[in-house]
Unconditional design. Structure first.
Length: 348
């Protein structure tokens, strides 16, 4: 099959022929219909040491964990539970299926978990992908392939908003208008936030925020974020979401928050960072860190998409085939006009 293969940090992905995946007894093989590029893939493709706590990708790895597809092959134990031709998505890891985390929808906590796209299991930047039967969820006919590949980033945002203990009428500041920040904005608006204000340094990204639930945007290059937020909402934000994940962004969130404010750190910072704890202490801030999601987050995202209650299409800015994919992947590092770019293997 064709796949976009990682070679080395700083080198373009190579479109190559690799071995087709084979299902284990409880696995499914999907023909990939769409797979989004995640910022974590961009980070992983740049890592060449372990100082940030992340292992370098091995040469030959196939990334991609935001995907959906059609079942084309079943493992022996999956027959009768799934059928050929069924439209599905899956959590991007394969657990043992029998431990407490797996059985409660937290398979990423499984002691023997294998993550897709990290080297040991081929990810979704390919024509076919192997997924675990217990991690798979059906896609209703009302959820398009493009929307199906948005379920994973929507689950990230949903998990972050759950951690915020959002209350109807809350005023929310989302720092960062990338896919995670826009997903957070969507869910905050859905769950009753009165003000969902997004700040970013890129006006191109801010332009997308209005289509993702944001009530206002703040250009952090030219405006004082706190003062502008207060003019828009009447006070400092009840909740601040750090969806940037770079050194300094946690401290910035603490500076923005009011006394007794809530902060949710959803951006994944992969470098050492420093904060001034006294700021959080004297304000008595509640700071929550979130990681990934659970199966229930996938299930709710699918249901809300199917019902038309949420619409993530504003985030999707480009779709490309294998021929254009390596260039599109590299361009996403700096092109702020793009937000969510998807590989569509069927495209020329």
């Amino acid at each position: 099959m064709r796949a976009a293969v990682f070679q080395a940090p700083g080198e373009k992905l190579a479109i190559a022929t690799v071995a087709d995946p084979k299902p284990g007894p409880d696995d499914l093989i999907l023909q990939v219909k769409a797979c989004g590029i995640c910022g974590s893939d961009l980070h992983m493709s740049e890592v060449c040491d372990t100082t940030g706590g992340m292992k370098p990708l091995p040469a030959g790895a196939v990334m991609g964990h935001e995907f959906c597809g059609e079942i084309v092959e079943l493992g022996a134990n999956a027959k009768g539970k799934w059928r050929i031709g069924q439209r599905v998505t899956a959590l991007p890891f394969i657990g043992c299926g029998a431990c407490a985390p797996c059985l409660t929808g937290q398979g990423h906590r499984c002691g023997s978990v294998q993550y897709l796209g990290m080297g040991s299991v081929t990810g979704g930047y390919a024509e076919y992908v192997r997924v675990g039967g217990i991690e798979t969820l059906a896609l209703p006919d009302g959820v398009s392939w493009e929307a199906g590949a948005m379920v994973e980033p929507l689950a990230v945002g949903l998990h972050a908003v759950e951690a915020a203990r959002l209350r109807p009428g809350d005023a929310v500041l989302v720092v960062g208008a990338g896919p995670v920040g826009l997903s957070v904005a969507l869910w905050c608006r859905q769950f009753g936030a009165r003000h969902v204000i997004v700040s970013d340094l890129a006006p191109e990204r801010l332009a997308l925020a209005a289509g993702c639930g944001a009530t206002d945007g703040i250009d952090a290059r030219t405006e004082n974020v706190v003062e502008r937020f207060k003019r828009l909402s009447g006070a400092r934000p009840d909740v601040v979401f750090d969806c940037v994940g770079v050194p300094g962004s946690q401290q910035m969130a603490m500076d923005y928050a009011p006394t007794n404010g809530r902060i949710v750190v959803a951006g994944v910072c992969m470098q050492p960072d420093r904060i001034v704890p006294v700021k959080a202490i004297t304000k008595e801030l509640t700071v929550s860190y979130v990681y990934m999601y659970g199966r229930k987050d996938f299930a709710l995202a699918i249901e809300m998409l199917d019902r038309g209650r949420i619409d993530a299409s504003a985030m999707l800015t480009d779709q490309v085939g294998f021929a254009q994919f390596p260039a599109a992947f590299d361009a996403l590092r700096g092109d702020k006009r793009q937000c969510k770019v998807m590989l569509r293997p069927a495209l020329p």
